[in-house]
Design a protein around this ligand. Structure first.
Ligand SMILES: Nc1ncnc2c1ncn2[C@@H]1O[C@H](COP(=O)(O)OP(=O)(O)O)[C@@H](O)[C@H]1O
Ligand SMILES: [Mg+2]
Length: 432
């Protein structure tokens, strides 16, 4: 029997979800409801248990890179939570390729990107050491196409009884319900089927969530009711109104030689996130290379956390509202830290027809005209950009020309970090 750390605790509302043997178990929920942690711990316990001897798990995201920073990291910390100091004795973890193997049961966890050209083919020919591939986890399942499910269904076939009568085939889905028009709703929620186990959870049921998170959610409820519906209550939302759709998450070389120029951008925050990004510019495109994203840390703590992560020789464009903080960064060696200045390009312009183009909107316009590549390690920036939306007019219910001003800290750091580049274009326009 396995020697499990007594400190492992589940959120009780996932009990039935963890026990169901339905072919499809589908966990929709708010951000922070505990879905990922729960599923990771559930799989680690099952795969380490001789009762499920012969079980293997395939973990899918859109690309392999996103696995590394989400599911892989989540499963790795689940192993540590469950086995504590014994972790190394029970699980072998390799990073290249991403793989985990339980030393006692021989069960494997295999990671694939459904949309990585080469890997997609390989999904059909996954080999395991013992037993069969019986479980598949689709994390952020709304990123997948309905037709992917058929491909995966084909993988979960054949008699299991002769391997181990305790085994069963199952696909696990975890996601935030971004859009009511998503195929997942039509397929799994609008139809009743004994093969489907659907589950709903919110951060309010997650007893491990701290007070500060609750406060942030309350702010979001006030400022961004639509976003709160999805990310706070886990109810189906709508996909419209996104500010940026011109971004792509992908692995790229982040060494300075790769870029024409590089800058840092920082948005200060305490209750809101404090976000710092390294930006690279090449051929007119923007590359977000790395991020530091923290809550409730004072400046000296953040400076410590930033140590070794950012190039101090780069210009660091900061929120100009807090000169004291800029001063501290300068003292810490970021001698080119400065506040974003109000240049003509950034000043409010009142256009004919009384459309008020704000400074933020002109920055957004600039960013929308290029491609934004985001390194998969920038998990918080990715979360923000995927949900940063235009506000809605309460009466007409139509989107207006003003961004929702919450969960936009990495977006602010991004805007600031582009200042030099934006100014260059602005002065070019003046010459013309
Ligand atoms: N069983 C658990 N034990 C300890 N902490 C947990 C547990 N479940 C959730 N948490 C905490 O709650 C946070 C949010 O959970 P997570 O699984 O990431 O939510 P979701 O995937 O639904 O967005 C985690 O970062 C972790 O700090
Ligand atoms: Mg999650």
């Amino acid at each position: 029997m396995i020697n499990v750390n007594q400190n492992v605790e589940f959120n009780k509302n996932f009990k039935d979800f963890n026990e169901t043997k339905c072919r499809y178990r589908i966990a929709k929920g708010s951000a922070g409801s505990g879905k990922s942690v729960n599923v990771a711990m559930d799989f680690i316990l099952k795969l380490s248990d001789p009762y499920y001897q012969g079980a293997n798990l395939l973990v899918l995201r859109k690309t392999e890179d996103t696995n590394r920073d989400s599911t892989f990291a989540e499963l790795e910390s689940a192993i540590i939570k469950v086995f504590g100091n014994y972790a190394e004795h029970v699980w072998k973890i390799t990073r290249n390729p991403l793989m985990m193997e339980c030393k006692t049961t021989g069960s494997r966890i295999i990671f694939r990107g459904m949309y990585d050209e080469k890997q997609r083919e390989k999904i059909k020919s996954i080999t395991v050491k013992v037993g069969k591939l019986v479980w598949i986890w689709l994390e952020e399942a709304t990123e997948f196409e309905e037709s992917d499910i058929d491909i995966l269904d084909d993988r979960l076939r054949g008699n299991l009884a002769e391997i181990n009568p305790n085994l069963y085939y199952q696909m696990t889905f975890t996601f935030n319900p971004v859009s009511a028009s998503h195929w997942i709703k039509a397929k799994f929620f609008d139809v009743e089927d004994p093969d489907y186990f659907t589950h709903h959870s919110t951060y309010l049921q997650n007893r491990f969530i701290d007070e500060a998170y609750h406060k942030r959610m309350m702010r979001r409820k006030e400022r961004d009711p639509d976003g709160y519906r999805v990310y706070g209550l886990g109810d189906w939302g709508e996909l419209g109104g996104l500010i940026f759709t011109n971004f792509e998450v992908k692995e790229f070389d982040t060494t300075p030689d790769m870029f024409d120029s590089m800058y840092l951008g920082q948005d200060f925050g305490y209750n809101h996130a404090n976000a710092i990004l390294t930006l690279g510019f090449k051929d007119g495109d923007v590359y977000i290379c790395n991020e530091l994203y923290v809550y409730e840390k004072d400046t000296s703590e953040i400076i410590q956390l930033a140590e070794g992560k950012f190039n101090k020789n780069l210009v660091m464009w900061c929120d100009s509202a807090e000169p004291d903080r800029i001063h501290m960064w300068k003292k810490a060696g970021y001698y080119r830290a400065q506040g974003v200045k109000k240049t003509p390009f950034q000043e409010e312009k009142v256009l004919a027809g009384a459309t008020k183009k704000t400074y933020i909107n002109s920055q957004i316009d600039w960013l929308k005209q290029r491609k934004i590549f985001i390194h998969p390690s920038c998990v918080n920036t990715i979360k923000e950009i995927q949900q940063w939306k235009w506000k809605k007019d309460r009466e007409t219910n139509l989107y207006i020309d003003e961004p929702v001003d919450i969960n936009d800290d990495a977006m602010a750091a991004l805007r600031y970090g582009c200042t030099t580049k934006m100014q260059q274009r602005a002065s070019l326009l003046e010459v013309l």
